[in-house]
Design a protein around this ligand. Structure first.
Ligand code: ARG
Length: 454
């Protein structure tokens, strides 16, 4: 492509070192789509005849069809996807192909390709996130009456509906979707026409290209357009947050599927056995998802580090953006894709959930609230109930079996009916504030999400 200035061939060693075709080949649909739009601007500027443009478009589509079939041979010496396609086009159709790169550089071309790629991946990710949200809502709705202990510090804290716990993740995933949608706005800006750095002396209709490719806006500075990858970094950080949420959900699934908790039973189809221990049924989907979070964080850090010291504008370093971007997108898509069906097949062990939530100490705070309702300042009520719990430890019973006389000895505010407080369902009914897990609230949230998710 640059043979004019050079007397020597590129060393084979450098070809191998500098190629990106082994991984950027997958940008081919976007590269072809971008070139087709660019050729329209060239025709409009009078730089291509209608016939020449037709040869280009037909040639590009034919190459695309071959790549899709796996019948196209990529050549390492042509470095990247841009030059592989352009060189083959020119080999096939001659001069019109050689005109395609007019007023264009690989610098604005690759920026365009990445933006097109990321835009479509944002949409795919949004669909997958919605699918996982639906799976969580369905699992919650199918077990709407199930109450489990909620945990802080992984110690039993207060009872919550199982569905309320799942809906917490639905909220997190919704924010993830909003983040992606917001970042998509900054991805969705058309950089072509920026050239290598300073546009071109040949004037093309950038708006036409943007319209053809469905971009609502044009980049406003040619140097910015070829040099920044902040839009990709935003997506990588959005993906890192998704991975973080999935990793926490994984941890819950792993705990819940253990013999110790046994709140859920995963299906055989989404678990694996042990080659040695015949009894084992392992939650590998969740473990792998938790594990893969590391590489998604790593990719974000790679690209941040890659960009931090670069002088304006394009530098070849930036070719290293792609593997990080592809890997994070692929990894998160795969995790979302497998998590949803795994949850759809999961069963809840309602007996074990009921046993766990039968722990009367989960309602210790309700007893403190009881005293508050009778006029005792909360800090004092907290202390009284703390002593009741300590007394229970001495007697080896739960708060539900501590005699009324013991309660009354701790505070005269306790009445004979104090034990009524220690009913889980009653406790849940009382938690009516917006966002709290009263049964009516949880049912309404399940219905709201079902409506939103369709
Ligand atoms: N393969 C290159 C990349 O991904 C395309 C841009 C190359 N530009 C250049 N001036 N060498 O960054």
């Amino acid at each position: 492509m640059w043979k004019g200035r050079f007397q020597q061939q590129t060393a084979a060693l450098l070809q191998t070192y500098s190629e990106s075709i082994s991984y950027d080949w997958r940008l081919w649909p976007h590269d072809i789509e971008g070139s087709i739009a660019h050729s329209a601007a060239l025709e409009k500027a009078g730089l291509l005849t209608g016939e020449e443009r037709k040869a280009i478009v037909d040639g590009l589509l034919a190459i695309g069809a071959e790549i899709e079939k796996g019948a196209f041979t990529f050549r390492t010496e042509l470095e990247d996807i841009h030059m592989n396609i352009e060189a083959e086009l020119t080999r096939r159709i001659g001069d019109p192909g050689a005109k395609l790169h007019t007023a264009r550089s690989r610098n604005d071309q690759v920026a365009l390709d990445i933006r097109l790629y990321l835009r479509s991946e944002c949409d795919a990710l949004d669909g997958l996130l919605a699918g996982l949200q639906s799976a969580l809502v369905e699992l919650g709705a199918a077990n709407a009456e199930v109450i489990i202990p909620g945990y802080t510090h992984l110690q039993r804290a207060q009872p919550v509906y199982f569905a309320h716990h799942l809906l917490a993740y639905v909220e997190m995933l919704q924010r993830d979707r909003e983040r992606l949608a917001d970042g998509r706005k900054r991805i969705n800006v058309m950089p072509l026409g920026s050239g290598a750095i300073a546009g071109s002396t040949i004037l093309l209709d950038r708006q036409l290209v943007a319209d053809l490719l469905g971009f609502p806006a044009l980049t406003r500075n040619s140097m910015d357009a070829v040099s920044d990858r902040d839009f990709a970094l935003e997506l990588l950080s959005g993906l890192a947050l998704i991975a973080m949420h999935l990793s926490r959900l994984s941890e819950d699934v792993i705990l819940w599927a253990s013999s110790e908790f046994h709140f859920i039973v995963l299906s055989d189809a989404f678990t694996t056995g042990s080659s040695l221990m015949p009894q084992k049924k392992n939650p590998d989907v969740a473990e792998l998802t938790r594990g893969k979070t590391g590489r998604v964080y790593g990719n974000l850090m790679s690209l941040l580090t890659l960009m931090k010291g670069l002088p304006m504008t394009y530098n070849r370093d930036m070719q290293e953006d792609k593997e990080a971007i592809f890997d994070s997108v692929d990894t998160v898509k795969a995790a979302l894709g497998v998590f949803a069906p795994m949850l759809r097949e999961a069963k809840v062990d309602q007996v074990r959930c009921a046993e766990a939530v039968g722990d009367p100490n989960l309602l210790a705070t309700d007893l403190a609230d009881y005293l508050v309702n009778r006029g005792l300042p909360f800090r004092k009520a907290h202390e009284v109930i703390g002593r009741a719990v300590a007394r229970c430890s001495e007697l080896g019973c739960g708060l539900d079996l501590l005699p009324v006389s013991e309660y009354k000895a701790l505070s005269p505010l306790f009445e004979d009916t104090v034990h009524e407080i220690l009913q889980v369902r009653r406790s849940m009914e009382a938690r009516k504030a917006i966002g709290a897990p009263a049964p009516g609230n949880v049912a309404a949230e399940l219905a709201r999400w079902k409506g939103l998710l369709g």
